[in-house]
Design a protein around this ligand. Structure first.
Ligand SMILES: [Fe+2]
Ligand SMILES: [Fe+2]
Length: 187
């Protein structure tokens, strides 16, 4: 069976999230090395992306649509899915903490830079590990155990009108992604 488009989509979203995280880290590192202030608006746009896309699109696709189907078909994966869903729940708080740490750096000055860098490092490592478990462990097993009908239903639900991952949302998120990677800000 060719890779179901629902899986392709999850992997593409992971790649975009990883690119934004790496761009964020590289931007912070470049400012640090140059001894200059970063473009805080641009960093804020990246954090906005990391909040908006996982919370409204990606985690919804996983926690509400894909994971329940995997729970039915592969009960042995339930403990891992529990952990991944707990990560989804914590993600929002983590981004809020990052936003606060970024504000602290901007408002309070360089004494608060390292705290932001450490928090960012922990966030990125944690999120990359989360995606790795999904890609290397969950998705391959799901591909083996879910039926063609399961995948058709999931594909339809991922793009359904009213669902957060519908075409309009996907377009505007892609546009924001392009601006971030091109070096622009949030507008
Ligand atoms: Fe996830
Ligand atoms: Fe994911």
């Amino acid at each position: 069976m060719p890779t179901p488009s629902a899986i392709q989509r999850i992997i593409e979203e992971h790649a975009a999230l990883a690119t934004v995280m790496r761009t964020l880290q590289a931007t912070v590192a470049a400012a640090h090395q140059a001894g200059a202030q970063p473009d805080f608006e641009r960093l804020r746009a990246m954090l906005f992306y990391l909040d908006e896309v996982p919370a409204r699109v990606h985690h919804a696709n996983e926690s509400e649509l894909l994971f329940p189907r995997i729970r039915e078909r592969c009960p042995a994966l339930r403990p891992v899915l529990d952990r991944l869903e707990a990560d989804h729940g914590r993600g929002e708080t983590s981004v809020r903490e990052l936003e606060h740490a970024l504000n602290a750096w901007q408002v309070m000055g360089d004494a608060r830079r390292e705290a932001f860098e450490l928090l960012l490092h922990a966030f990125v490592e944690g999120y990359l590990g989360h995606m790795e478990v999904e890609e290397n462990y969950i998705l391959p097993v799901a591909q083996d155990y879910l039926s063609a009908a399961d995948w058709r239903e999931l594909e339809a639900a991922f793009g359904a009108p009213g669902h957060a991952s519908g075409a309009v949302g996907a377009e505007s998120h892609r546009a924001l992604f392009e601006r971030i990677v091109a070096g622009g800000g949030g507008r």
